[in-house]
Design a protein around this ligand. Sequence first.
Ligand SMILES: Cc1cc2nc3c(=O)[nH]c(=O)nc-3n(C[C@H](O)[C@H](O)[C@H](O)COP(=O)(O)OP(=O)(O)OC[C@H]3O[C@@H](n4cnc5c(N)ncnc54)[C@H](O)[C@@H]3O)c2cc1C
Length: 353
Amino acid sequence: MTEKRDILIVGGGVISFAIALELTRQGASVTILCRDAAQAATQAAAGMLAPQAEMIPPSPMLELCLHSRSLYPAWVHQLEALTGLSAGYWACGILAPKYGETGHTGEHWIGREEIHARQPGLSAEVMGGYWFPKDAQVDNRALAKVLWAAAQKLGIEIRSGVTVDLVAHREATVTHLHTNQGDWQAEHYILATGAWSEDLLPVPVFPRKGQMLSVQAPADATLPLQQVLYGDEIYIVPRRDRRIVIGATSESVGFTAGNTPPGIEHLQSAATRLYPELKRFPVQETWWGFRPATPDESPILGESPYRNLTLAVGHYRNGILLAPVTGCAIAQWVLNRTAIVPLDAFHWSRFRP
Ligand SMILES: Cc1cc2nc3c(=O)[nH]c(=O)nc-3n(C[C@H](O)[C@H](O)[C@H](O)COP(=O)(O)OP(=O)(O)OC[C@H]3O[C@@H](n4cnc5c(N)ncnc54)[C@H](O)[C@@H]3O)c2cc1C
């Protein structure tokens, strides 16, 4: 079987769907080929929209992240209006508590008294911290459902259970994708394959495993946390439905699946050190995922070695944050060879010797 479409996008995560929706809005006919949406890092993430708390140094990457954060409210609003579903966007701000005061300054720094007033219940060891009121969060699992529903509403074809095992090409032109469900052809191809991208093309994207857990705040009290806590070795993300997401380890263990006792132990001890009240809350779930890392921790966007294949991979720790800007920029790049943001700094060839 050879199926032919305008554009084929490979991947079942937030990046693939963000691009597909934008391309469709601009009139293209798009099909998504997705091995398994459940394995996507999109499902595993914490959903922080945190360019400032992540302390990304001044760079094109920081500009990209800030731009995407600014697009978020309208992007989510549009998706929610289309689907009638909530993505759990919450402009709650992010507080980054520090155990030692030495050397910390700047416009976002707040002292001991102020941080404990802003967030009662923090560890007595907290000496101050940074307050980033513009950082935010989205419920990434809810967002994934909204994106899926929006794609269906706009008539995007989603083929699940399809594994692409070969990008077939003749010189610099991709001729088709070979999959476990036949060959697929299109005018243009987009790879949004997250941590698995190196299976298909020689791009330096590798998995960085993150283990996570969640606890459930009791229903009878006011929501104890009203903002994200971004500690030195842990983050604590309260959802409005009283779920509290705690993450994350950062491990170079390839695609080794599963939660480990040391991983969970680290999350529990670091989280309860920062916010001791968590000791009272029942553990709800543990899980893990694979961040698509690159050597410089920035994504690979735009051109590929093939004239009819575009790359949107390697979003590492910030793929949920970067979804709106990536969707927009890649759609524009594919359709018009321009983009709302300069993509030069994210070109794949920067990793060539
Ligand atoms: C523990 C953890 C915490 C995180 N926290 C945050 C956070 O707070 N904020 C933030 O912005 N980001 C966070 N991230 C990062 C974010 O989740 C990723 O950057 C983002 O999900 C990448 O999206 P993606 O669509 O590129 O890849 P993914 O979501 O991984 O999706 C890739 C998809 O491609 C499919 N696929 C792969 N290969 C093939 C193939 N050959 N054929 C067919 N399909 C294929 C997979 O099945 C999968 O569905 C976190 C990640 C992890 C793991």
